[in-house]
Design a binder for this molecule. Structure first.
Ligand code: TK8
Length: 356
């Protein structure tokens, strides 16, 4: 009887083991076949990353800027439109250097894209300074028309000679003046104030003409310079003044709207030349579409900025027509001063286009 029980229990155990093994086997084969199924599309798409191209984009402004929102749109359009063939990586806050340094990197082919103001582009082509002339564009619609028209295109194309593919004009915007010393209502109030400008001869000459003591400096050094009071003031669009928290180190803002700063969204010519025609079209279209979006975001934001800056404790000074005219008059000779460097014909062409 004992022996019989032992045999029975052995048989039972064996049956159990066999069925367990079988069960395991079948449950293993289940996910295996599922794995194979899910593997198939993965293998297909793995052929795409094999030629995946990384596009690094560097800017000076932070992630809150309308410019960064535009770059997110560009990323979405290029990555989506290329089925993941491109990966667009964004680097804000001058992480990859200031505008001048990043343009240099584009020329050498060590960075794919950047989006500087036109002011520092003057170092590559002096004709670009035409857009830096004081009190040039009466409103954004005229700016869009000139920049997106034949003159704007001609200047974009000129960058190829410097190893840069100019793709589209985006908007930095009308620039206003801030300082930490006093309310500025006239050029006379600017006397003795040390104002940071971009690295551009027209900007320096304009501020000298307005009576200030201008000093050029890369954007990345600006906040600290204001904080440490090595400079008294600076000038930038209200969006930048607010979103970069300049109100923490500046008290007064005067709505001079003295320059209109376009951005140029650009690519390394070296990288561009290696792309297929199809990919070039995708990137060109995305640069324009993201630019239209960026301009829209920038203009929507701009409308709220005066109030935001007041709420943040700044004294916001609006100028009367007369007061503003005094700034215009102070800079009236700047254009003729730069006639030779920029080119008489380019200035005339832009002026004619503005009048249209
Ligand atoms: C950002 C700059 C900046 C510009 C300046 O890289 O330097 O003041 O207005 O926004 O392009």
């Amino acid at each position: 009887m004992k022996k019989y029980l032992r045999v029975l229990s052995t048989v039972l155990i064996l049956t159990l083991v066999v069925s367990l093994v079988a069960a395991c086997g079948s449950s293993q084969s289940q996910p295996q076949s599922q794995q194979q199924n899910t593997n198939q599309p993965a293998e297909q798409s793995s052929q795409v990353p094999a030629e995946k191209k990384i596009i690094k984009v560097g800017i000076g402004l932070n992630e809150q800027s309308p410019q960064y929102q535009g770059l997110l749109k560009f990323k979405e359009l290029v990555e989506g439109g290329s089925n993941g063939k491109f990966e667009v990586q964004l680097y804000a806050n001058s992480q990859l250097g200031d505008d001048t340094k990043m343009m240099q990197s584009l020329r050498m082919g060590t960075l794919e894209m950047t989006c500087p103001s036109t002011a520092p582009i003057a170092g590559l082509n002096k004709q670009f300074m035409v857009f830096d002339l004081p009190f040039l564009f009466p409103n954004e619609q005229v700016a869009d028309r000139v920049l997106d028209g034949p003159i704007g295109q001609k200047l974009l194309d000129s960058l190829s000679a410097s190893g840069i593919k100019g793709l589209a004009y985006w908007e930095n915007g009308y620039r206003d003046l801030t300082n930490s010393v006093k309310e500025v209502k006239s050029p006379a109030d600017l006397k003795g104030l040390k104002i940071r400008t971009m690295e551009n001869p027209v900007h320096l000459a304009s501020f000298r003409a307005m009576g200030a003591n201008p000093t050029p400096m890369p954007f990345g050094e600006l906040f600290t310079a204001m904080q440490q009071k090595t400079i008294d003031g600076q000038e930038n669009p209200l969006t930048t003044i607010y979103l970069q928290k300049f109100y923490e180190v500046q008290k007064y803002v005067t709505l001079t709207h003295h320059f209109y700063s376009p951005f140029v969204f650009m690519m390394s010519q070296k990288f561009w030349d290696e792309l297929s025609k199809e990919d070039q079209d995708l990137i060109q279209k995305a640069a324009l579409e993201a630019g239209a979006y960026e301009r829209q975001v920038n203009r929507e934001q701009m409308a709220k900025m005066e109030q935001n800056l007041k709420d943040a404790g700044m004294v916001v000074t609006e100028l009367t027509e007369e007061q503003r005219q005094a700034f215009v008059d102070a800079t009236k000779d700047v254009a003729s001063q730069f006639e030779n460097e920029i080119g008489k014909d380019i200035i005339a062409e832009v002026m004619a286009e503005i009048q249209k």
